[in-house]
Design a protein around this ligand. Structure first.
Ligand SMILES: Nc1ncnc2c1ncn2[C@@H]1O[C@H](COP(=O)(O)OP(=O)(O)OP(=O)(O)O)[C@@H](O)[C@H]1O
Length: 442
């Protein structure tokens, strides 16, 4: 292994201020003997398969090599080689091994082919340009431009990406942008791991066969297979039930999924992007998130800045919402000052909601500070929520609660109990929604 931490993305400032470099891990193989002698491979994948069948990552022509002979996986401890049930086995010197960690530049043999393997690094340059947006993402601040540079260089690779950032900061938009620039022909499938029922998460993510469980009257493809040829975006990965995490890890490494009720895995060509607002490191520490899955996901992390750190983008975002949402209102300098002074705990989503509401309240005139209804300048209070959608106080607090409860119930039904989708639809953070659900006994 390289002496750099394999669990991190390295960004090295280059001499020119606008160009940075990023390092991708890769597995390098060199065939030293046998019919494929002289061939070299460098693959930026977490796990590679070697054999004579065409669906391997490294396809050899040596007839003493089995169709699916071996796999090599990158792990924090090093490169792990594993026999996939070959006829002629894997040999390290004279020792036949079923599974072994390889020292750097170790030689091993598959049938009559001797192979040298090592962990490599591929350096790619990326530009931090002067643009004020990328695809649907808006913002010309330095952190946003840095993010665009990373998105452009990471998008066309098969690397799993972990997007981190606070709720409402634009993680899903970053995932959409990564997919749009990936060149992958298949669809973008969004999967929310915060659904309350773990059974539902398992069935919806991996699919199931007919009769897999009581009530499974038909088969279901599952998000993984629906995303074949495209991208699977797993939102709220920190909420993925612990017992499903090994299954996801297996799918990421083997690029195969076994539908529930079946022991026949299906090959999938899916690029996985995950997102979270949670502190996964702390979750690993406390045992609620598996370290091996964390390691696999965090090889490439992209951080979306909170709005309070990119306040210079507020005017641009407002202008963009005006255009995309058809809000023709002008913002007074006083209102802009108020917007710039606010802490934005709900990030860009909150800004959008505030602007939408202000556009209604100002009745076609210019937006003044009182239309914004920004009550909390410290950022300690919850962002504007659905009760504020009913601005004129014709309801008693009890009636408002009943209305809110009904709105949540309706949205839950529409979104098949997918809480993140509900929170998105209602324009409130997931944490607030969860509190309301508990409070109203929904
Ligand atoms: N950079 C941006 N440019 C334009 N609009 C943005 C940007 N970032 C966020 N938004 C707006 O904020 C809304 C919320 O963004 P998004 O759903 O991507 O956030 P998120 O971080 O995935 O939220 P959550 O953690 O709650 O799932 C989007 O619908 C979009 O309107």
């Amino acid at each position: 292994m390289s002496n750099l931490d394999p669990n991190s993305t390295y960004i090295m400032p280059a001499t020119a201020r606008s160009e940075r470099k990023i390092l991708f891990d890769k597995i390098e193989l060199e065939v030293l003997s046998g019919p494929d002698a002289g061939r070299e491979f460098g693959l930026a994948l977490p796990c590679i398969r070697i054999g004579t069948a065409a669906d391997n990552d490294v396809v050899l022509t040596d007839r003493t090599v089995s169709r699916h002979h071996a796999e090599i996986r990158t792990l924090p401890e090093g490169l792990l080689v594993r026999d996939l049930g070959s006829t002629n086995g894997i040999f390290l010197r004279d020792l036949r091994v079923r599974e072994a960690f390889l020292e750097p530049s170790t030689l091993f043999s598959l049938g009559g082919s001797e192979i040298r393997v090592r962990m490599g690094m591929e350096e790619r340059a990326y530009e931090v340009g002067r643009e004020s947006g990328l695809c649907a993402l808006v913002g010309g601040s330095e952190p946003m431009r840095e993010l665009y540079g990373l998105i452009r260089v990471v998008a066309p690779t098969p690397t799993t990406v972990l997007i981190r950032g606070e709720s409402g900061s634009g993680k899903e938009m970053v995932a959409t942008t990564l997919h749009a620039l990936s060149g992958r022909k298949g669809p973008l499938v969004v999967f929310d791991a915060s659904v309350a029922d773990p059974e539902m998460v398992r069935n919806d993510l991996f699919g199931h066969i007919k009769g897999a469980f009581t009530g499974a009257t038909g088969g279901r493809e599952g998000a993984f297979r629906c995303a074949d040829g495209g991208t699977l975006f797993i939102d709220e990965i920190g909420e993925l039930p612990l017992d499903l995490q090994p299954r996801l890890l297996r799918a990421l490494e083997s690029r195969e999924v076994a539908p529930v009720g079946s022991d026949r895995p299906v090959k999938v060509d899916v690029r996985v992007i995950a997102a979270t607002h949670r502190n996964l490191e702390a979750m690993v520490e406390e045992g609620t998130f598996r370290a091996d899955l964390y390691y696999r996901l965090s090889v490439m992390s992209l951080c979306v800045p909170p709005l309070r750190d990119i306040k210079e983008d507020i005017p641009l975002l407002i202008q963009n919402f005006g255009e995309t949402l058809g809000l023709p209102c002008r913002v007074t300098p006083e209102a802009l000052t108020a917007l710039m002074g606010y802490a934005w705990p709900g990030n860009v989503r909150e800004l959008r909601n505030v602007m939408e509401r202000a556009a209604v309240l100002c009745r076609g005139e210019e937006i003044r500070p009182e239309h914004l209804r920004l009550v909390d300048l410290s950022g300690t209070q919850e962002p504007a929520t659905i009760e504020e959608v009913a601005p004129v106080s014709v309801h008693s607090p009890a009636q408002l609660k009943a209305i809110e409860r009904q709105m949540i119930l309706d949205a839950m039904q529409r979104n098949r109990h997918n809480k993140s989708a509900v929170a998105r639809e209602l324009g409130i953070p997931l944490s607030t929604l969860k509190r309301r659900i508990a409070e109203y006994d929904v």
